[in-house]
Design a protein around this ligand. Structure first.
Ligand code: AMP
Length: 515
């Protein structure tokens, strides 16, 4: 397409110059005209004052804040590439990303974010100077120029830099409007989740259509704050990982807070269990969308719009509710065996994806690129199946598949079964090495407060809905599951816990069904 992504802001600023583009909580900060002006100035400074060249990488090590929007669009306007970094990472992890990406500048919210690295801190004199220079015209960039070098969250292994172009993100943006929810000028997007990830990407379609960006004053996720922002803004939407959605639903249910102008909560990034989806529908009404994507095809592989979820609910169609919806327009999915042969409808295999949202490869990592982009397809590492209606149901990450006595067991199925038990708040199921079976199934369970449940009760419960061989051979009760900052359960950390000898000090908190 050969259009700079930041063109969408220039266009909106001429269509809706006086509309509020940015809010901090409920405080209006910038109109679209002002935002576009500051973005052009920032771009001019990055090129002419800081001395960056087209294509240079600029890291954003920033918590959610309104300045994120100005700086990100400034980077794009100048023809540079953003490297969004989760500000909650350890300084060593941040440094790894800065080094690997070859970033020439770091923009940060905290002074100590990147010791020894050329950094401009939000609020500093240098930061203000970025906006003092005259604006530059929008840089011409080829559609295949890099826009977003995103380091995968690393629930497995060392993060890799996913190369996404202006065209990739434009395709992601179009898919939002066609498959998730149509945006109209005057809508708003609340950044309840990190702007360095999906929430930030959802800025693109919203800015393109003239919707306001609302950044919670706390800079983080707080259900009460999000609920109060929902009540005060026009047709707000927000992206939420399932853990956040659950907390929001619990808060809404408990307080009965008024949310009639909520437009849609887009949930994704981790499994949304049917029980939780039903609770959300009962509490929030037909305003839940689900998406399935990954850094390598960001936010965009399949989607289930609010109307699809609501009609599946009305029809009692649990299979549709348990799915992640259909491939978005323009994106093709194939379920394949380990040799990349397409499998028939209903069979379980790896989810392969091709289409305009798929990354160009991993930065400076041809081996990982060749392993992931093969035979024209992105190999997602996710395991699932398609039904005759084109609905994709995810079973698990392929590396999480448990093979016990030669049978494949998908943790997701066992988790689904356990989650329907009234005493179970959260659960993660994984495999542990076993001398006879290869692996055995272990469930790590968080009980709801003030409830008790025994392993034999859970065992009986599983037998009601899943095959005998799939049920856990051991249970471990914990206070909370280890999660990364995006709410994904860190199975690696759980595996380490399981690998500890049973006589280790914390083994006392474990209760084993089979010794
Ligand atoms: P990331 O690259 O960090 O965004 O992680 C992407 C991974 O999260 C995917 O490959 C899936 O394993 C998982 N994921 C994303 N969306 C969903 C969803 N709606 N349901 C289940 N798992 C999901």
């Amino acid at each position: 397409m050969d259009l700079n992504l930041a063109h969408t802001l220039v266009r909106t600023a001429s269509a809706h110059p006086g509309r509020t583009a940015l809010f901090l909580g409920t405080e209006p900060l910038r109109t679209f005209a002002k935002l576009a002006d500051r973005v052009a100035r920032c771009a001019g400074s990055l090129r002419n004052w800081v001395g960056l060249q087209a294509g240079d990488r600029v890291a954003l090590v920033m918590k959610n804040c309104p300045q994120y929007v100005e700086l990100l669009y400034g980077i794009w306007h100048a023809g540079l590439c953003a490297v969004p970094v989760n500000a909650k990472l350890h300084p060593r992890e941040i440094d790894d990303i800065l080094q690997d990406s070859g970033a020439r500048l770091c923009l940060a919210t905290d002074i100590g974010a990147a010791p020894g690295f050329r950094t401009i801190v939000v609020g500093s004199t240098d930061y203000h100077a970025l906006f003092a220079a005259p604006g530059m015209p929008l840089a011409n960039v080829a559609g295949d120029a890099l826009a977003w070098l995103f380091y995968t969250s690393g629930t497995t292994g060392k993060p890799k830099g996913v190369m996404l172009t202006h065209d990739n993100l434009a395709a992601m943006s179009r898919a939002y409007s066609s498959a998730v929810s149509r945006i109209v000028a005057g809508d708003s997007l609340i950044h309840a989740a990190p702007m360095s990830h999906g929430s930030g990407l959802y800025m693109i379609p919203h800015i393109a259509e003239g919707a306001s960006q609302v950044i919670p004053a706390s800079g983080g996720f707080d259900a009460a704050e999000v609920a109060s922002l929902v009540a005060k803004h026009h047709r707000p939407s927000f992206f939420a990982a399932p853990t956040m959605l659950n907390r929001f639903v619990e808060y809404t249910h408990r307080t009965g807070v008024e949310l009639s102008n909520l437009k849609v909560v887009v949930c994704g990034g981790a499994p949304l269990y049917v029980e939780d989806e039903l609770a959300a529908l009962n509490c929030l009404g037909p305003r839940i969308a689900q998406i399935y994507g990954q850094g390598e095809s960001p936010m965009t592989i399949t989607a289930q719009a609010p109307a699809d979820i609501a009609s599946a609910h009305a029809a009692g169609d649990r299979k549709a509710l348990a799915s992640v919806g259909r491939a978005v327009p323009g994106v093709d999915i194939c379920i394949a065996d380990p040799e990349d042969h397409a499998l028939p409808v209903g069979e379980i295999g790896e989810v392969l994806v091709r289409g305009p949202t798929v990354m160009q490869g991993y930065w400076n990592n041809p081996q990982a690129t060749a392993a992931t982009l093969r035979n024209g397809w992105l190999h997602t590492g996710d395991v699932g199946c398609l039904d005759e209606r084109g609905l994709l149901t995810l079973k698990d990450r392929s590396k999480d598949t448990i093979i016990s006595g030669g049978a494949n067991i998908y943790p997701r199925e066992v988790e689904d079964a356990l989650l329907t038990h009234p005493a179970v708040a959260e659960v993660s199921v994984l495999g542990r090495g076993h001398p006879d079976w290869g692996e055995e199934v272990v469930a790590v369970v968080v009980r709801k407060t003030r409830t008790q449940v025994t392993t034999s009760e859970l065992d009986q419960w599983c037998l009601r809905s899943i095959a005998r061989f799939k049920r856990p051979k051991a249970y471990l009760f914990v206070e909370a599951l280890p999660k990364n900052s995006n709410g994904k359960v860190l199975k690696g950390a759980l595996r380490e816990l399981l690998a500890q000898p049973r006589e280790a000090p914390n083994a006392r908190t474990w209760r084993w069904r089979l010794a």
